[in-house]
Design a protein around this ligand. Structure first.
Ligand code: PLP
Length: 442
């Protein structure tokens, strides 16, 4: 009670912040008050270069006029339409536009409000698909160590980040995990896809042998694992996963929440690696991060399997109040227009060499033990301080913020994923600032 009586509007106590060191933050707050294109402005009036596209989502840069206008216009015209048994035109238009840029065959779309919900939706579709096909024994889900699939129960069950799992009991049953592909001893300082580790995919065969294919519904992986510190798939790895899944009738789900919408220089990573999954989960870049929205792409074969029984019956008992929300749909359409007009879904391909050269030039900095990259993604792995894991990278994050640069850290890894509108001079600024920080022996 007394807390409330004393609270001023700018009191920081009431908001329990997500994935944040709350006590540290509230002693030393870092607030953004506005943003434009590649830069944020802080509460103390400084410019901060966005090295992470917000949280891997602001692919077209900040406060883009077309998107802002579309949201304002839609809010004045149709604010909300019930998502169940009713619709509105923009949700359909958007689905068609999305299918146009998706890998061939992934031509049906369901909407969600986040990456986590896209993952839950995909896992539920996989289970239900096998059941409607008469294969109800296929209930197991296979994820991967160091995988990140959001924070809901399905996602943390198939995910492989211990801190995200250990507090929450036994999670979903019937889940197994493939080994991760991070081999720093063999692949350190690789540009692009690592040479070693493609054969780790055959561990999936071992898991299939252990449980029997008739019990397995789906395998879910991020084509490039982001939140666990940027793990690039070794050569041949994703192809091999595809082969094994096809051989055993297992659905392959690519979680493209960070790789979707141009991060690698193609609309989706599936196109970049030329491997076609059965389901793709997306969010983030779909609306340029501006309005919460996710989309799950499935093949028409999966969709059609549900289209049976009496026509007045709901075919799939799943959905959200805000699935395909009009304002989110308008934001997504304007985002796709912006991507198209500015060639942003392929821009990473043009810049990736310049990006990789600048990133790998930090190899000689103290405590740097690995650097890796693909598309417009980069990671710098630091040697953890003995007995104080994560501290070195967190110090780099704080110093970068002071210097006017936004980076993201996970463990002792710095992850970089700038807006796709980045120019060469921004790349120089980004890595120039990082060099100054890392050279100082943090
Ligand atoms: C691969 C992947 N899946 C799912 C998610 C969860 O997305 P959200 O935070 O929108 O729920 C993320 C978020 O970073 C992600 O990187």
């Amino acid at each position: 009670m007394s807390d409330r009586l004393n609270a001023a509007p700018n009191d920081l106590r009431a908001f329990w912040m997500p994935f944040t060191a709350n006590r540290q933050f509230k002693k030393e707050p870092r607030l953004f008050v506005s943003a434009k294109d590649m830069y944020y402005t802080t509460h103390d009036g400084r410019q901060v270069l966005d090295g992470t596209a917000g949280l891997w989502c602001v692919n077209a840069g900040h406060c883009r006029p077309k998107i802002t206008e579309a949201i304002a216009q839609q809010a004045g015209e149709l604010d909300y339409a019930p998502a169940f048994q009713l619709g509105h035109p923009k949700a359909f238009e958007l689905a068609n536009r999305l299918v146009d840029i998706a890998p061939d065959g992934l031509d049906r779309v369901l909407y969600t409000n986040s990456g986590s919900e896209s993952v839950e939706t995909a896992l539920k579709i996989a289970l239900a698909y096998h059941r409607v096909k008469g294969n109800g024994s296929r209930t197991r889900l296979i994820g991967r160590e160091r995988g990140y699939h959001g924070v809901n129960f399905g996602g943390i069950s198939v995910g492989g980040i211990v801190t995200n799992r250990k507090m929450f009991g036994t999670l979903l049953t019937g889940v197994d995990h493939m080994p991760h592909t991070h081999l720093p001893g063999k692949n350190a300082f690789t540009r692009g896809e690592p040479e070693h580790g493609g054969d780790i995919a055959s561990e999936l065969e071992r898991i299939v042998t252990l449980h029997d294919a008739s019990t397995i519904a789906a395998v879910i992986v991020e084509p490039v694992a982001g939140s666990t510190g940027v793990l690039i798939p070794p050569k041949g790895y994703l192809q091999k996963l595809r082969e094994i899944c096809t051989k055993h009738g297992i659905l392959l789900i690519f979680d493209e929440v960070i790789t979707g919408f141009g991060r690698l220089g193609t609309p989706f990573a599936a196109q970049y690696y030329d491997v076609k999954p059965d389901i793709i989960t997306t969010a983030k870049g779909l609306t340029n991060g501006v309005i919460p929205m996710g989309a799950v792409f499935v093949t028409s074969e999966i969709h059609d399997a549900f289209m049976q029984g009496p026509e007045h019956m709901i075919e799939f008992f799943h959905g959200y109040t805000y699935s395909g929300n009009p304002i989110a749909s308008a934001a997504a359409l304007a985002t796709l227009d912006t991507y198209k007009e500015e060639g942003l879904l392929t821009r990473a391909a043009e810049l990736s060499n310049y990006w990789a050269d600048a990133l790998h030039s930090l190899k000689d900095c103290p405590n740097v033990i690995d650097i890796r990259n693909t598309g417009l993604i980069g990671a710098i792995e630091l040697d953890p301080i003995a007995g104080e894991p994560t501290k070195r990278a967190f110090t780099a994050f704080l110093k970068a913020y002071e210097k006017g640069l936004l980076i993201r850290t996970t463990g002792d890894i710095i992850a970089l994923s700038p807006p796709l509108i980045i120019e060469k001079h921004h790349i120089d600024e980004l890595f120039g600032k990082l060099r100054e920080i890392l050279q100082n022996n943090i």
